[in-house]
Design a protein around this ligand. Structure first.
Ligand code: PMP
Length: 380
């Protein structure tokens, strides 16, 4: 059966070399071959996150587990936290913080917009141990200018935690330069690996805060007490064991990280931006509107598109019948009014044009206006 083109915001299409590595017979987790694979993969991640002073933790799990690991290791009962809310996934940050016993203040703007710095400043002024930011909220397609928010947070001595699940590897991100203390992601989006890995990169200030905890981390599996020495061992090319690593997924991630670094971070960010610009130009040429109205709030990794009048969620099925899988809406109050297209990983202009062509056909548009506009932007 011919597989449809996967253009949802994760999981994404995976390169054949990565799949080949994934399908190899499993290595022993303390074998010298795996130690080298994991060690090199962790080192490579420091380049991908632009965090030379970071310590990466990679475990079996999804993005949500990475969120939980990032928050639970530095937040203790009674701590105050400020959440920049730009969609469903930032609300999830707030939910996890509540489970950690934190007192939270959520700062939000209208759907599709980013709260003003001033509002976040007012919340931080009251004192906050952490500020959480969702770099790209996959439910709305909203992009947050992480650097500005991180700068602000450090003026108030707050730790900055960024959910980079729909961003890292596609959206420009410089963890050390922007002074982000913890960034987390999952394997299945712009890192272009199948789902199953939770990744967290912690920088010195976050590690220090973890070491100064007064109470133990309440969950066993995500406790850095176990994981930090394991990751350091692999980085030092020494065998270690706490919980069996998903060896095949780690090897697949290693291959993808190798490809990402070979492409170059600047080139990769710029390819994602250009593909996104082309796709969004196509969508606009079809007369369709996006959730974030302003360009500066629009992610490079996905596009969130309102259905035109008289069109409902059945459009997603019609597009799928044409061989392209896109995703429906997710943000509760507008769930049935929009759909989402992911464009990350190894996507090129071919996939963008194929997707636009399927959207045009599903909308019975015969002019080719979307494909034409996207192509013009790409060739510019
Ligand atoms: N954060 C963001 C921004 C996401 O897009 C997602 C997944 N779509 C998550 C967190 C949760 O990741 P997972 O589904 O892998 O648990």
């Amino acid at each position: 059966m011919k597989k449809s083109l996967l253009m949802i915001p994760g999981p994404v299409e995976v390169d054949s070399n990565v799949l080949e590595v994934l399908g190899r017979p499993p290595l022993g987790h303390t074998s010298s071959e795996f130690i080298e694979t994991f060690g090199a993969c962790l080192e490579g991640l420091l380049t991908v996150f632009a965090a030379p002073d970071g310590l990466p933790v990679v475990v079996a799990g999804s993005g949500t587990l990475a969120m939980e690991m990032a928050l639970s290791n530095v937040v203790e009962r009674g701590d105050r936290a400020v959440v920049v809310e730009t969609g469903l996934f930032s609300q999830r940050m707030a939910d996890i913080l509540k489970r950690c016993g934190a007192e939270i203040e959520v700062v939000r703007a209208e759907v599709g917009q980013v709260p003003e710095l001033k509002m976040v400043e007012e919340a931080l002024k009251k004192g906050a141990k952490v500020l959480t930011i969702t770099h790209v909220d996959t439910s709305t397609g909203v992009l947050v200018p992480v650097k500005e928010f991180a700068q602000l947070a450090h003026r108030f001595d707050s730790l900055v935690i960024v959910d980079g699940v729909c961003a890292v590897g596609g959206q420009e991100f410089r963890q050390a330069e922007w002074d982000v203390d913890i960034c987390l992601t999952g394997s299945q989006k712009a890192l272009a690996v199948p789902p199953g890995l939770a990744l967290v990169i912690a920088r010195p200030r976050a590690l220090e805060m973890f070491r100064r905890r007064k109470t133990p981390v309440s969950s066993y599996y995500i406790d850095w007490t176990f994981w930090l020495p394991i990751m350091q061992s692999y980085l030092d090319r020494k065998p270690a064991y706490f919980s069996t690593p998903p060896v095949n997924l780690v090897a697949a991630l290693g291959e993808s990280v190798h490809q990402i670094i070979a492409e170059g971070m600047e080139a990769r960010w710029s390819r994602h931006q250009k593909l996104s610009d082309a796709f969004k130009a196509g969508i606009t040429a079809l007369g369709l509107k996006q959730i974030p109205a302003k360009k500066e709030n629009q992610a490079a990794t996905l596009t969130t598109i309102f259905y035109p009048e008289d069109v409902d969620a059945s459009l997603v099925k019609r597009i799928s019948k044409l061989g392209v899988e896109v995703a429906g809406g997710l943000y509760p109050t507008i769930k049935d009014r929009y759909f989402r297209v992911g464009h990350m990983g190894s996507n090129g202009i071919g996939e963008i044009l194929q997707t636009l062509s399927a959207i045009e056909k599903a909308l019975s548009i015969t002019t080719g206006a979307g494909v034409g506009a996207a192509n013009r932007v790409w060739l510019r």
